[in-house]
Write a protein that binds this ligand. Sequence first.
Ligand code: UDP
Length: 463
Amino acid sequence: MKGTIFLYPSPGLSHLVSMVELGKLIILHHSHSFSVTVLLMSGDSFNIPAVDSYIDHVSQTDPSIVFHRFPTLPKLESSSPTIFQTIRRNNPNLLHTLQTISNSSSIAALVIDFFCNSAFPIAADLNIPLYNYVPSGASGLSVFLYLPTIHNQTDKSLRELGNTNLDIPGLPSIRAAQMPQVLLDRNNEFYDDMLDLSNHLTKSRGIISNTFEALEPRVIEAVREQMPAFFCIGPLVLQPIDQSSESDCLKWLDMQPSRSIVFLSFGSRGVFPAKQIAEIAAGLERSGQRFLWVVRSPPPDSDTRSSLSATDDFDLNAVMPEGFLDRTRDRGLVVKSWAPQVEVLSRESVGGFVTHSGWNSVLEAVCAGVPLLAWPLYAEQEVNKVVLVEEMKLAMPMEVAEEDGIVVAAEVEKRVRALMDSEEGTEMRERCREMREKALAAWAEGGSSKTAFTNLAESWQRR
Ligand code: UDP
């Protein structure tokens, strides 16, 4: 009988996509041994149209991946729960589902997104081998593995430590203030949950990470010293599908000269206040470069850089500085809210990518061989920026003014020029092409990720 691998993603599209890619790999290489079921918890973050349409799409194109939705949770009286609270509220559903299925079939493993650490006692009670899946790279993982150490060394919050350099295994010097924002203040419940998550990481049977040896060699080695069962099986990214006939921006890109376009896009949640949009517009205009820019409606709070409620239901002319769209019509395109990023990056005309440095975006650029301009906004992106710039040398940094968190037009102009039209940019583009080759090699016969994946499947078989 085939063993079932249960994949348990946390809420949110990018974590789900990354885990489903893992599911596709399991089916592709080991369908004779395993079946794959993705457990979808209930909660508001999964009730977004993009998630539903993505699941519908996968159900049609990869019908061997089974989705199992948990029953809807009762509405909460209080305001919106944290991701950890949502996950804990789903624990009875998880227990019930695993118990029911284990009566009729054999469960080979439960692979949880690292936010789902509250599943640990359930897996232990049912004697199911539990693996952690980290959708970020080894650098992000090393930060979380280090959190308990720093927590025990000091009573201060990371915010108070400010400019103190942290000595995180395998990473360049990171200032305390560059750590993920949710870790900066130790006096709240969310921090406690992050600490608990970090403490649990090495208690699993193995940690699976969406990275590959050649991309982060030093930090991968450092993680492996703490957790020998560390499987680097990346890069797992969506494959570009040809949507040229449906997408105006892809049609437009195909008419532009080779490597001439700088693409600006800030993840599934990145947003900017009107003042920042104006500075980007002015910088792009003065840079003289061609561009494709994904713009979202500014949030009500000007300090917010991450919003789940971005829609394309807004008037672009009201958001953009007066006359900008007309003046740049012959060399720039602005799209509202969302662009088919993987397809965009794969276009011959795209030569640079201004990104918030979310891990999926980083990997997608690596797979397309496109150099980056790193402008972190939330989560572990500051850490990704340091590693991209100082270790991998695949990105240039965007400098944000400390007083108001704004990147001024002159900085945008200078960096975009450097990325697109300088010797340094050309060298970086060459390094990115080489890294693309290494990414392909990782999944070729005998490559590091292919071997790690085989070892992982063997460990599932040994249960
Ligand atoms: N994405 C996209 N179009 C957009 C913005 C984002 O297709 O306009 C996709 C992008 O290709 C990536 C994901 O959304 O796969 C964002 O994941 P990432 O880890 O970079 O950032 P997050 O959204 O988790 O902050």
